[in-house]
Design a protein. Structure first.
Length: 443
């Protein structure tokens, strides 16, 4: 819930059904954003769209923090008032016939009016190639999609022809991710490749999708749950339990993935819980909570913890290190909140490894802390495939809420804690975090 006027705004507050809340308007120290979306000749683009998000507030449908908005006829846009708790914003600009523009994780200063004037480029390049299976056979009818910063957002879905070939036109010159997906009633599989438009020799190889998992869904008392939905969004496969609570999910790409299980109580209350599984697990027991699991959701607005004592951490498994003190202090500490399904988290690990090798003797503790949602087996299998990564890591308890205590909104999140045990910074920028830690570690 949010309240605002022309020159004032409240913090965003979570309101549960049947509850009440008091919203206080703030008018001092508020940041704002404004700008103009233009083409390469400097002309405003009529009908362009401006997209704005801050922390997890991008779902607000109206008001000054509305996620999507059409620019004015002269290409202008504005976010006139932004709550003081918002420290970083991400913005996008796009229009039909143009490449998109973005500015990610921009730090706002209190009272600042930040100007962003994105220039959208024309789209005249292409990518083309073929899609095959692991045996080299052409895959007809596969869906082809493109994505990437600087690429247009309205490219139509393309399918491969009978020889597995595809071509996508009207792209911007530069990096582009090309994704191929094949979905049938029996299986679903996809792959992607990073390319650079223009490019004409792409070859995408779809993986096998012959994996399977099975098991039962139980309620909190151990009784089978009939009619529960069992779905993997990442594998795009789903099924429903039979009257004995049994399910069988096949046509999966091999490896670890998440399962989302849903059921409804007689009064209509939806019970839902996520699980991690690996293809080949045939006797899974997935137990739903007794009541609606509020822990799946966090409040919309994060609290600025800078200068506050760092909460204790709760670790179930330590990897590459002896246990650290639950409460930070005496040394500078960097916490990296990450997850196995977070590509940017994994892509950032080499930087953490390099930092640890160079500065582990400089009075700095580094710990990559994963949620207990990810099994130790999965994490160790990943590290076995990447033996060059041996900096300190840990896996939390499933029931603990360290990420919530540290106000984590999206991962990776890097939290820097000073020698006095107080939080110095928190954000998604590793360069900023490592710089802050090195500065704080100096005598």
């Amino acid at each position: 819930m949010l309240a605002w006027s022309e020159k004032a705004i409240s913090e965003v507050v979570e309101l549960k059904r049947g509850g009440s809340v008091t919203l206080s308007l703030q008018s001092q120290g508020l940041a704002a954003i404004r700008g103009v979306i233009c083409d390469e000749q400097g002309k405003p683009i009529k009908g362009a769209t401006f997209q704005f998000s801050c922390d997890s507030l991008d779902s607000i449908p109206s008001g000054p923090l509305q996620g999507f908005r059409q620019v004015e006829a002269d290409g202008r846009f504005s976010v006139p008032v932004i709550p003081r708790s918002v420290k970083e914003v991400t913005m996008f600009a796009y229009a039909d016939g143009y490449a998109s523009a973005s500015l990610r994780d921009h730090s706002l200063k209190p009272g600042e009016t930040f100007e962003w004037n994105p220039v959208l480029k024309t789209t005249s390049e292409f990518v083309e190639g073929t899609v095959v299976d692991k045996k080299g056979a052409a895959v007809a009818g596969a869906e082809i999609r493109i994505s990437g910063d600087g690429q247009p957002t309205n490219v139509k879905l393309t399918r491969t022809d009978a020889q597995g070939r595809f071509r996508i036109d009207k792209l911007a010159a530069g990096p582009v991710r090309v994704t191929a997906k094949q979905k049938t009633p029996d299986f679903s599989r996809d792959t992607w490749i990073d390319a650079k438009a223009p490019q004409s020799d792409l070859r995408l190889v779809l993986p096998d999708a012959e994996g399977k998992v099975s098991g039962v869904v139980l309620d909190h008392t151990g009784k089978p749950v009939a009619g529960a939905e069992v779905q993997s969004y990442s594998r795009d496969r789903k099924t429903v339990t039979d009257k004995t609570g049994y399910f069988d999910l096949s046509g999966l790409e091999f490896g670890w993935f998440s399962l989302d299980v849903k059921s409804r109580l007689p009064d209509g209350t939806r019970l839902e819980k996520d699980f991690r599984a690996k293809t080949g697990m045939m006797q899974l027991k997935l137990t739903l909570p007794a009541t609606a699991d509020d822990s799946r959701y966090t409040s919309a607005a994060s609290i600025d913890l800078t200068g506050k004592p760092a909460p204790e951490i709760h670790v179930a498994t330590w990897i590459h290190t002896e246990p650290l003190a639950a409460k930070a202090g005496g040394k500078v500490r960097i916490l990296d909140f990450w997850g196995m399904e977070c590509a940017p988290c994994l892509a950032g690990f080499p930087k953490l490894q390099k930092f640890w090798q160079e500065h582990q003797q400089d009075g700095i503790e580094l710990l990559a802390l994963s949620s207990g949602f990810y099994p130790e087996q999965e994490v160790r299998e990943y590290l076995k495939r990447h033996p060059d990564l041996h900096f300190p890591m840990a896996i939390g308890h499933t029931e603990e809420k360290d990420a919530e205590a540290y106000q984590v909104r999206g991962i990776p999140t890097y939290v820097v804690i000073g020698k006095d045990g107080r939080i110095l910074s928190s954000g998604h920028d590793w360069e900023k975090a490592s710089s802050t830690a090195l500065k704080a570690a100096k005598p």
